[in-house]
Ligand binder design. Structure first.
Ligand code: CMC
Length: 429
């Protein structure tokens, strides 16, 4: 009868070991019993970049990369994008279930009434140079925000954690928008409690002299859908940073700042900006074939917004975003780069090079075009990613804190440096 175990023969010693298989994994610590002698530390696994290591058990986000499936708490991303709102989706991620009317009303009220930030934080923003990158300002401001809530350090207080989560989700739009206003030298626009989460963000970004800012409903909805699509994506680089830093039991503001720093990197949150740069560089539809040729020649040029570590079919978020792009362009007028993007996609999808390598458009291929059409400067693109991703980071943080398997994250290493040697006085080196 088949048994759920793995038998390992250590050819160094000829000994056999049997380790249990659970959920398609073996426990790395089970390998430690495999030793050559009593002094041996025991066998470890070597897995830089966690290519094949599950670092947690999670019930939040499910991805099947081969089939192009993305689900939050079991709900398909397509259904959430069509029927839900970002705040409802954030509630789902954080609590595991969709809210009822009362729960949703309370959550929306709480988030809305926590959007104001302490006035001292404006002083912090003012200290930055006019051309400071908004993502750098976001990271610093979120970290600084934690100093206003000393009780946030008490991460074992369940109610307290909930309060900090509400504050962070709420204040992200204010911090992000204030960072933008500082960049363009405009006075800060304050939150308006009559508006939705996305509408309020647009208000704080773009309000000028009008007494009351009225967001365009199509753009407000488009932004909300983009927020839903970016809310979580299981164990990616920034989420891993959130969990690793949070595992030291630091306050959630510091952990979110660390996660945002991970997101700032061009390999993670910066690809949509690269797509715009690439399209601008290509210049015109007639230059697309020559560009594709360069990509295929492997001259260090990649088709940005294509390919994914996990999705080897179509990134389901890309399909939704393409649809949203058309809805936004109805209002803003077409982004002149759209034709170029469509031609690139058309050629790539029928080209053997891309088909063979399973390279399809990812979430970033069209999102930059939408943001640009909505008048967000490119430097704001990673900030727009970070705003909704905090709900994912905080859900994963909560789950990590409640998981009895979790401890402070502390990987092992294979030491390859010199072993003990005596100090040499500087005159003798
Ligand atoms: N353009 C041209 N060739 C590509 C591309 C691309 N965008 N992506 C992968 N390849 C080729 C690559 O050269 C390699 O070819 P070969 O086997 O001949 O050496 C093969 O496809 C496998 O690539 P890989 O680099 O081993 O794949 P990976 O899983 O490590 O990389 C990726 C995934 C997303 C980093 C990569 O596809 C890429 O650099 N894409 C462009 C950047 C981008 O759009 N990033 C956004 C990712 S979605 C955002 C998110 O979910 O956080």
């Amino acid at each position: 009868m088949a048994s759920n175990t793995l038998t390992i023969t250590d050819n160094r010693t000829g000994k056999k070991y049997e380790v249990p298989i659970t959920d398609g994994t073996i426990r790395a610590t089970d390998l430690r019993q495999i030793k050559t002698d009593a002094d041996d530390f025991g066998l470890m696994t070597y897995d830089p970049a966690f290519m094949n290591t599950a670092a947690c058990r999670s019930a939040i986000t499910f991805i099947d990369g081969d089939k192009g499936i993305l689900e939050y708490r079991g709900y398909p991303i397509e259904q959430l994008a069509e029927k839900s709102t970002y705040l409802e989706t954030a509630y789902l991620l954080l609590n595991g279930e969709l809210p009822n009317n009362t729960q949703l009303a309370q959550w929306m009220h709480d988030v809305t009434y926590h959007t104001f930030i302490n006035e001292n934080l404006k002083g912090l923003l003012d200290a930055f140079r006019y051309n400071a990158h908004p993502m750098g300002k976001l990271i610093a401001t979120v970290a600084a925000l934690g100093t206003f809530y000393a009780e946030a350090k008490n991460i074992s207080d369940v109610e307290g954690r909930r309060r900090q989560i509400t504050r962070i989700v709420a204040k992200m739009i204010t911090i992000a928008a204030f960072g933008y206003r500082h960049m363009v030298g405009q006075p800060y626009a304050y939150p308006d409690n009559d508006l939705s989460y996305s509408g309020n963000f647009l208000n704080m970004m773009f309000k000028t002299t009008e007494t009351k800012y009225v967001p365009n409903p199509a753009l407000e909805r488009a932004l909300d859908v983009l927020f839903i699509l970016h809310a979580d994506h299981e164990q990616n680089c920034s989420t891993n940073a959130m969990r690793a830093v949070g595992s030291s039991h630091v306050d959630p503001y510091s952990a979110v700042a660390a996660a945002a720093a991970a997101l700032y990197g061009p390999l993670h949150g910066g690809a949509n900006e690269e797509v715009i740069r690439m399209l601008t560089q290509i210049g015109s539809v007639s230059d697309v074939p020559a560009f594709i040729k360069k990509v295929k020649a492997g001259e260090g040029v990649r088709l940005m917004g294509f390919g994914h570590r996990v999705y080897k079919n179509y990134d389901p978020r890309a399909r939704i975003i393409k649809q949203v792009a058309y809805e936004v362009f109805e209002v803003t007028g077409e982004n002149p780069l759209l034709d170029l993007a469509l031609e690139l996609e058309r050629i790539a999808l029928q080209d053997d090079y891309f088909v063979k390598r399973k390279l399809y458009p990812n979430v970033d291929f069209y999102s930059g075009l939408i943001y640009q059409a909505m008048k967000f400067p490119m430097d704001m693109f990673p900030v727009l990613f970070a705003i909704p991703r905090v709900s994912g980071w905080l859900s994963q943080w909560e789950e990590m804190l409640q998981d009895p398997d979790q401890k402070i994250a502390r990987p092992r290493q294979i030491f390859v440096g010199p072993h003990r040697r005596d100090y040499v006085p500087i005159a003798k080196r």
